[in-house]
Write a protein that binds this ligand. Structure first.
Ligand SMILES: Cc1cc2nc3c(=O)[nH]c(=O)nc-3n(C[C@H](O)[C@H](O)[C@H](O)COP(=O)(O)O)c2cc1C
Length: 363
């Protein structure tokens, strides 16, 4: 082997030695992040550290409670996480927004909530209030409307955890009361736990931050970070056989004195579902009035006079992060059974149309 050739080999080996640690390390972003949270029973904090783990320890993301924040100056992006109370983020989150809104406009911002119910096709009607859209990301709509100049890069409605036995008396009472008043009972209640966290939502949210803010690849090995989700939960202590809350069935029909409710899911996208609903409305003399529109759902009042004045059917098609490629759709009518037989027939026609051509998923 001549000297020139062996020198080259040594050079290549040296280069490989120098570069190998870089190659095995996770890709890193120079952006600095701050995750601020407001939590009462701790689940919003646990998801904060879960998001941090998914984003990667090699990327700076400081995690602080709202009261620890003294400045947001050094950060390129801010993630704001809140517990849900009374159908939205808690007051300290609004105070934080008011205090920093002028600075937040020039940063990349994300919002997430831990909440009791994540089904974004959900409409709630309780006495004294109009029926309205609730659950998951829907709880962020008020915040989004209040600060329209801040356009979040990602939003998340993760679900959460509430253990009835550890709640203070006032919270137990409030939760019980809403359940009693809700037209369709307590859709959030598990066994003795209220646990609705959807791990795929946390993972999808963190990956949006990685891709759209940090310019990194989405993580595929996400399941190794489910420590919080897998960990022993308080209900397991009272009965080890108890499992975490099982998601509500995707397909459901409830026909009681208080409500006619039907929910299903189809293959397709929101655009297709909306056009099918418009076709159904046109063919059946129904006026489809849009109430709320987001990038993941639409809330309609379908209005028709069946002989004794207008009756409203509440319709919500929605796409959910944990079920990509499918659309979930709910129909609700709160009129009494003797008044709503026409509505029930029209809902059946709507479902026949959206389910056609093999779109319906049977579970
Ligand atoms: C008094 C009370 C009111 C609540 N209101 C709502 C609500 O309006 N909508 C909802 O989805 N979850 C609601 N929740 C559920 C909590 O948002 C959920 O359990 C969350 O995981 C708690 O977060 P934390 O552990 O960080 O405090 C409520 C819980 C309590 C105790």
């Amino acid at each position: 082997m001549n000297a020139k050739y062996s020198k080259r080999i040594i050079l290549v080996c040296l280069l490989a030695l120098i570069l190998s640690p870089l190659a095995s390390a996770q890709a890193q972003s120079s952006k600095k992040g701050l995750l601020v949270y407001s939590s009462i029973y701790g689940s919003t904090v646990e998801t904060a550290y879960w998001v941090k783990a998914l984003i990667g320890i090699e990327n700076q993301l400081d995690v602080k409670s709202l009261s620890q924040v003294i400045t947001i100056e050094p950060y390129d992006y801010i993630i704001i996480g809140s517990v849900t109370r009374n159908e939205g983020p808690v007051e300290p989150v609004y105070q934080f927004m008011d205090l920093y809104k002028d600075k937040l406009v020039n940063k990349q911002v994300c919002y997430y909530l831990n909440c009791g119910d994540t089904d974004e096709t959900m409409v709630l009607k309780v006495p004294g209030r109009e029926a309205h859209l609730i659950a998951g990301r829907n709880y962020l709509i008020d915040l989004l409307n209040k600060y329209p100049e801040i356009k979040p890069v990602a939003i998340g409605g993760f679900g959460g955890r509430q253990v009835f036995i550890t709640m203070n008396k006032k919270d137990s009472f409030m939760t019980w009361l809403v359940g009693m008043l809700a037209k369709e009972g307590k859709p959030w209640e598990g066994l003795d736990i209220w646990e609705s966290l959807v791990p795929e939502r946390v993972e999808a949210f963190a990956n949006e931050v990685r891709v759209n803010i940090l310019g990194l690849k989405p993580r595929e090995d996400v399941k190794q970070f489910r420590g919080y989700w897998e960990s022993l939960q308080p209900a397991s202590l009272t009965d080890p056989a108890k499992q975490k809350f099982h998601p509500k069935p995707y397909t459901e029909k409830v026909n009681t004195d208080r409500i006619y409710y039907s929910r299903s899911r189809i293959k397709g996208d929101l655009e297709l579902t909306v056009s099918l609903l418009q076709q159904w409305a046109k063919e059946n003399g129904i006026e489809l009035k849009e109430q709320v529109k987001t990038f993941y759902n639409v809330y309609y009042h379908a209005v028709k006079n069946y002989g004794e004045g207008d009756i409203i059917t509440h319709i919500v098609p929605a796409t959910l992060p944990e079920d990509p490629g499918n659309v979930h759709i709910s129909f609700r009518c709160y009129d009494k059974p003797d008044k709503r037989s026409g509505v029930e027939k029209d809902i059946e026609l709507a479902e026949k149309l959206v389910w056609a051509d093999g779109r319906k998923i049977d579970n």
